[in-house]
Each structure stands twice: as structure tokens, then as C-alpha cells.
Design a protein around this ligand. Structure first.
Ligand code: ADP
Ligand code: MG
Length: 461
């Protein structure tokens, strides 16, 4: 069978279009869209997908339909096979494969030193400065400590450990420290990055057999800021490396600033010596916002947004009252309000605000349940709800189940044993394993990460 390439491509387009009509847009977008035509010949069609997970999924659900639809286009097709594209890497492959990168033209392979500090440090958000940080009771201590570190050339407490819930200003304060030092002491070398990025750099160094450069680079900074350090929990080799970097910097009297969503002693699956080391300096927490702080933040934000329509004070009070907790949401609400007012060119009123933000206010009152997560995830992956709690271990059900466990941990207040119980009486270590597995896959597989993100957003709705 030798059809011109253009014909083959057109056939593939038709097969895809038919399958799309059969399975619906959501399924299509989740799975089939990621498939490309690799080759056709001798009765065999080879399709390729980015990950093992997607392949297993497609094969278990659509193999028959794909074969039938191809046969409609080309009667000689007997078999359709789905391969994992080589570039994507298998999903169960460890993140840290130590294979040599290909160097096709004999050029020196890239090293971390090439990138140097500028590339290792994550970009800083221009808005996250001390000037833009509103100080209130819940955050005054953390703010004072951060300011102190940014100001002084000497290291007074090491590390400065900032912790608090999501959206309370940890990242903002860390960027503020970095900005301040860049401005007032430009020759001090500052690296800001997330613990996730730190791990990524480390894994990359392993892969490129470049750990010496990695060590040199991180041990030659004056100020090292690592955000969201809870991320390294369970990642043993990253912890090990981090611990050494940490000690080397402390020995040389360099400043370290850490942030996390919990205090050092609550970092589970972090080695005891590292955990205790993290608490040696100054530990400062960011408390949940209170009404005054929220109002202050709204007022400050209003100035930078410069709305065309005035926003009545009682609307701000309403927002500060109703959207409690997370500053990011609060800012989101205000921005939405102003964008809308500018757009329709009508005065901002309390009634209009309640109307416009109805879903947001409702979502805020709403709590996602484990049952709801199970239902949505099962729907998304087109599996039976009963398999969320069943003993079936086929990957096509086991993986979505793990995703549901992961989301339950992320989106509800339930404990691991509690979650385990709701998944057919599984042990809490099973849930822990699921959380870890999903976190790993999110790092190594972009399409998987997108999928999980999509589900999370739907659930938070
Ligand atoms: P975290 O890192 O703790 O999750 P962020 O630092 O990313 O939170 O803060 C979330 C958003 O809220 C950012 O836009 C940040 O500028 C804003 N924010 C938080 N706290 C304050 C504050 N005290 N003053 C002004 N903006 C704040
Ligand atoms: Mg943050």
C-alpha cells in the first residue's frame, strides 16, 4: 500500500474527525488530540503519543474504533499500533536519568556554568517589592524579618524561614528581598528559585554529569532564596544535595532564606537533620489575613489599577469581609470588578459587585468533597465510579484513582488515613504514594500536568 503522503495525512484527519464526533469534545481534547500519525505501511498504522499513560489510555478505550475507522479509509489496514514518542520519555522512568545528551555536531555539551547565575535564578515579579507589600498584624513579624535580611550586609540569622498558607505573601516577600539587594548592593550574588526548580537544576546536572558545576554555582552565592521548600519532601537525593549546599553556605556565612507552607518540624518526609537545621535561624510565620489587612491591600491595589470608575468604599469593605484568607483571590476579585466597570462604563455598585462576583463568592463558601473529586475524575477518564474504591489495579483505573487521591489531598482538609478510607479502605501509605507519584509525573510529563491542572480548576470551579 503506497499512497502519497498527502493522502495519508488527509485520511488521518478524517479518522480523527470521525473519532471526535463519536467520543465527544472533552475526551477528544484530553486524549486523541495528543496523537500524531507516525507511519503507514503493510497493513499497519503507527500512531504516536507523548506518554505511556496516554498510550495505555487510548489503547484500552479506542483501539477498536481506530482500527475500524482506518479500515474505512483504507481496506488494507489490519492493525493500528500506538507508540510512545521517543522524545517524551516513559512515564515511569525516573526523573533523573543519567544518560548522556546527544551532541550531533561534536559541540561541547551545554553545562550549568554556561547558564550561570542569571539563568538559574528565576525572574522576579516587578510588583513584588517591599513598597508594594502592605503590612498588618498578621504579617508584620515576617515583614520585619525579611526587611532586616534585605538591609543588613551581615548575616544575623540563618536561615530566615518564612512560612504560611497559600497566597499570604511568602513569594512576594522573597522577591522583595531579592529586589532590594539587587538595588542596594548590586555586586552581591543573589539566587532566587523554587525548591522545585532547585531539584530540576540538580537533576539536570546529574543528567549532564555536571554536578561539580552545580555545586560550585550554588556554593558561590551570597544570598540564596529557596521558595516552597516543602516540595523536596520525599525527594531524598535532592534533600541530600540541598543539605550540603545549605551547610556550605552557612559555613561561609552566606544568607539563606527559605519559604514553606508549614513550619520546619511539620515537613514530613524530610530528613530529621535537615528539618532541624532549617529551624536553627529565625522562623517567622505569615498568619491568615484579617479584615484590616485585606482592606489595606485592596486600597493599595486600587491605586495601582487606577480605575476609570470610582469604587465606593463600601464595595471594598464588602470584598474584604467576604473574600477572606487568600490575597490572590482578593486581588483577583478587585481586578475583575474594575476591568468589568471599565468595559461597560457604568458606576460600580454593591449590587453590581454581588452580581458580578456571584460565582466567586459562592465558590468561596463551597467546599469540595472527596466524593465530588472521585466523581469528576471518573467522568473525566471515562471510568466507573465504583473503580475509585475497587481493588482493580489495571493502570487505566489505578492512575486516575491516584490522581483523585492527590486532588483530595490538595483540595480538601482531609487527612491521609481519612482519604484512604474513602478510597475503599486503603492504607494512608497508599495515598502518600499516590500523591508522590502524581507529583513526579507532573514534573516529567507536560500533558499529564495539564490534565491534572484542568481537573483541579474544574473542581475549584
Ligand atoms: P504565597 O507565596 O504565600 O503563596 P504570594 O506571595 O504569591 O503568596 O502572594 C499572592 C498574591 O498576593 C501576590 O499577588 C502578592 O503580591 C499578594 N500579596 C500577598 N500579601 C500581600 C501584602 N501583604 N501586600 C500586598 N500584596 C500581597
Ligand atoms: Mg509562593
Amino acid at each position: 500500500m503506497t499512497a502519497p503522503a498527502i493522502d495519508i495525512q488527509a485520511r488521518w484527519e478524517r479518522v480523527r474527525a470521525r473519532l471526535r464526533a463519536e467520543i465527544g469534545e472533552t475526551q477528544y481534547r484530553s486524549w486523541v488530540r495528543r496523537m500524531t500519525l507516525d507511519r503507514v505501511g503493510e497493513g499497519l498504522v503507527v500512531l504516536s503519543v507523548p506518554s505511556v499513560f496516554v498510550r495505555d489510555w487510548i489503547v484500552s478505550r479506542y483501539a477498536d474504533r481506530l482500527r475500524a475507522l482506518w479500515a474505512l479509509e483504507d481496506a488494507s489496514v489490519r492493525e493500528v499500533s500506538v507508540d510512545v514518542a521517543e522524545t517524551a520519555g516513559g512515564e515511569d522512568e525516573a526523573v533523573a536519568t543519567a544518560d548522556e545528551p546527544a551532541t550531533s555536531n561534536g559541540a561541547p555539551r551545554p553545562t550549568l556554568v554556561d547558564g550561570a547565575m542569571r539563568n538559574v535564578s528565576a525572574p522576579l515579579d516587578a510588583r513584588f517589592t517591599f513598597a508594594n507589600f502592605v503590612v498588618g498584624k498578621p504579617n508584620e513579624f515576617a515583614h520585619a524579618a525579611a526587611h532586616r535580611v534585605a538591609e543588613s550586609a551581615e548575616v544575623t540569622f540563618n536561615p530566615l524561614y518564612l512560612y504560611g498558607g497559600v497566597g499570604l505573601g511568602k513569594t512576594h516577600l522573597m522577591h522583595a528581598i531579592a529586589w532590594h539587594i539587587r538595588e542596594t548592593a548590586p555586586d552581591r550574588r543573589v539566587i532566587y528559585l523554587s525548591a522545585e526548580a532547585f531539584m530540576y537544576q540538580f537533576v539536570r546536572a546529574l543528567r549532564f554529569k555536571d554536578t561539580m558545576a552545580f555545586k560550585e554555582l550554588f556554593r558561590s552565592v551570597d544570598v540564596l532564596l529557596i521558595d516552597d521548600v516543602q516540595f523536596i519532601s520525599g525527594k531524598e537525593s535532592t534533600q541530600e544535595e540541598f543539605f550540603h549546599t545549605f551547610n556550605a553556605l552557612v559555613d561561609q556565612n552566606r544568607q539563606i532564606v527559605i519559604s514553606a507552607d508549614r513550619q520546619p518540624k511539620d515537613l514530613d518526609r524530610v530528613e530529621e537533620r535537615l528539618r532541624s537545621r532549617l529551624g536553627w535561624g529565625l522562623v517567622a510565620d505569615l498568619h491568615p489575613t484579617d479584615y484590616e489587612l485585606r482592606l489595606g491591600i485592596l486600597l493599595a491595589r486600587l491605586e495601582t489599577l487606577a480605575p476609570r470608575q470610582p469604587v465606593p468604599h463600601r464595595v471594598l469593605e464588602f470584598l474584604a469581609h467576604r473574600i477572606s484568607g487568600n490575597v490572590r483571590e482578593l486581588e483577583g476579585a478587585l481586578t475583575r470588578l474594575i476591568v468589568h466597570a471599565n468595559f461597560v462604563g457604568r458606576a460600580v455598585t454593591l449590587e453590581g459587585t454581588q452580581d458580578l462576583l456571584r460565582d466567586m463568592l459562592r465558590a468561596h463558601d463551597r467546599h469540595v468533597t472527596v466524593e465530588e473529586i472521585q466523581r469528576r475524575v471518573a467522568e473525566h477518564y471515562n471510568m466507573r465510579l465504583a473503580d475509585m474504591t475497587s481493588d482493580r489495579r489495571a493502570r487505566a483505573v489505578a492512575r486516575p484513582r491516584q490522581i483523585a487521591m492527590y486532588l483530595s489531598k490538595q483540595l480538601t482538609q482531609r487527612s491521609l488515613p481519612d482519604i484512604g478510607r474513602k478510597f475503599g479502605g486503603r492504607d494512608h501509605t497508599t495515598v502518600m504514594h499516590a500523591v508522590r507519584k502524581v507529583e513526579e509525573l507532573r514534573l516529567s510529563d507536560v500533558s499529564f500536568a495539564e490534565d491534572v491542572e484542568l481537573l483541579r480548576r474544574m473542581l475549584e470551579g
